[in-house]
Design a protein around this ligand. Structure first.
Ligand code: CS2
Ligand code: MG
Length: 404
């Protein structure tokens, strides 16, 4: 079998998505997600100008070899743009191989290790009453676990608390330049324990509560928050400090038993090496789309399993249904599965990407369609042209740029 066509499809049904479509000489089509929120066109260029010309004529069954050819052959390694492009090729090849075998992808990954996949949903509010209503709504949706993000008194807008348009898509950043949000770490550190206190008081001690710090604390501030929240037994604190400096997590780990989740911005196993081998974290967060695909992510999961670290694949709306489908197949197969983030896509997005995965009673299942189980409606995709969109930028009260 040979690849005879490779096309990059950019569509924006409420938000931008980049999809690679590979077609073989036997007419089998494979899809891969290459969406990098806020820098989509950089990946389009990398794919269209430097990868697509190398794909036609290749044997699609040689997934590992193609991955190594594109990773090592570029000479310049790692990084979100490169690894999103490689991920799209890798997932499209797994899609083709599974379709050729007449099996859902999870069967090629060792078969099911569980019956269904536990998820967590997003609850947020500009203030605590609004957050409580949002938690109630997620529980009504069936989620067994909830991430809680609240506005901070005195701050206009913060990560994780967003308004949505009539379609349910986050009103993010369709402006020509990033929104600027203001930040006050001390106000945040004072407020988060009160948020957990209120949610525990309302919903009890059992509900798994997650919180995304979103890289905004120093290690000692993260250690303090981890300790302050121990009495509320969080399921995890996510991205509690910028973790490019992996050693920073040693200090936090010394001070708190609050479980830690890291990695959605990481794109190779090297970003995790200290964190995993020194057991500084409890969950690895990378998405198939940003980590170079199923092939390397499975290897990370197997390394993490040696240290009893579990998976928690990143699953916001800016991972396309193609990337979500690939994740759900992996989730079903790997032994050290932890939890899957699931922010459902909007109806407009689902018109473009028809998927076999289902969400029932707070759990996902990939379905048993051959491949990853996603079809791209190119006519519907063409109806939603790309729109420049940026993630917000945070600034401290004195104007200094801060992590968002
Ligand atoms: C967040 C993401 O879901 C999460 O854990 O960190 O929503 C993140 O902000 C976006 O993926 C950025 O594009
Ligand atoms: Mg996050």
């Amino acid at each position: 079998m040979k690849i005879v066509d490779a096309t990059v499809v950019v569509t924006s049904p409420g938000r931008n998505f980049v999809t690679l479509k590979l077609t073989t000489d036997e007419g089998i089509v494979g899809l891969g997600d290459a969406t990098l929120n806020g820098r989509e066109l950089a990946v389009v260029g990398y794919l269209s100008d430097h990868v697509v010309p190398l794909l036609t004529g290749l044997d699609p069954h040689r997934i590992e070899d193609t991955w190594q050819y594109l990773y090592r052959g570029a000479y310049w390694r790692r990084g979100p743009v490169t690894m999103a492009a490689l991920a799209a090729v890798d997932v499209a090849l797994w899609d083709i191989k599974a379709k050729a075998a007449g099996m859902p992808l999870y069967q090629l990954l060792g078969g099911a290790s569980r019956e269904r996949i536990r998820t967590y949903g997003h609850a947020d509010g500009r203030d605590i009453p609004e957050l409580l209503d949002s938690v109630r709504a997620r529980l009504a949706d069936g989620y067994p676990a909830v991430r809680i993000q609240s506005g901070i008194p005195g701050l206009k807008a913060v990560y994780g608390v967003h308004t949505t348009d009539g379609d349910g898509a986050p009103v993010l950043h369709q402006q020509a330049r990033p929104l600027v949000e203001d930040w006050d770490t001390e106000a945040y550190l004072r407020h988060v324990p009160a948020v957990f206190e209120a949610v525990r008081a309302e919903f009890g001690a059992e509900l798994p509560l997650l919180h995304d710090v979103h890289h905004r604390l120093t290690p000692i501030q993260a250690a303090r928050l981890g300790k302050d929240l121990e009495r509320y037994r969080p399921f995890w604190l996510e991205d509690c400090t910028p973790a490019e400096n992996q050693e920073a997590l040693r200090l936090i780990r010394r001070h708190t038993t609050t479980p830690l989740a890291v990695g959605e911005v990481f794109n190779t196993v090297h970003d995790y090496q200290t964190l995993v081998t020194e057991q500084l974290i409890d969950y690895v967060r990378s998405a198939v789309t940003h980590f170079g695909g199923v092939t390397p992510l499975r290897k990370l999961f197997d390394l993490a399993a040696l240290y009893q670290i579990r998976t928690a694949v990143h699953g916001p709306q800016d991972i396309s249904p193609v990337g979500m489908a690939a994740a759900v197949h992996l989730d079903l197969a790997v032994h050290n599965f932890g939890i899957q983030e699931y922010a459902p896509h909007t109806p407009r997005t689902e018109e473009v990407f028809r998927h076999a995965y289902t969400f029932t009673d707070g759990h996902l299942h990939p379905g048993d369609a051959p491949g990853i189980g996603v079809e791209l409606d190119e006519q519907a995709a063409a109806a939603h042209p790309y729109e420049a969109a940026y993630l917000p930028v945070n600034r401290l009260q004195d104007g200094t740029v801060h992590d968002w």
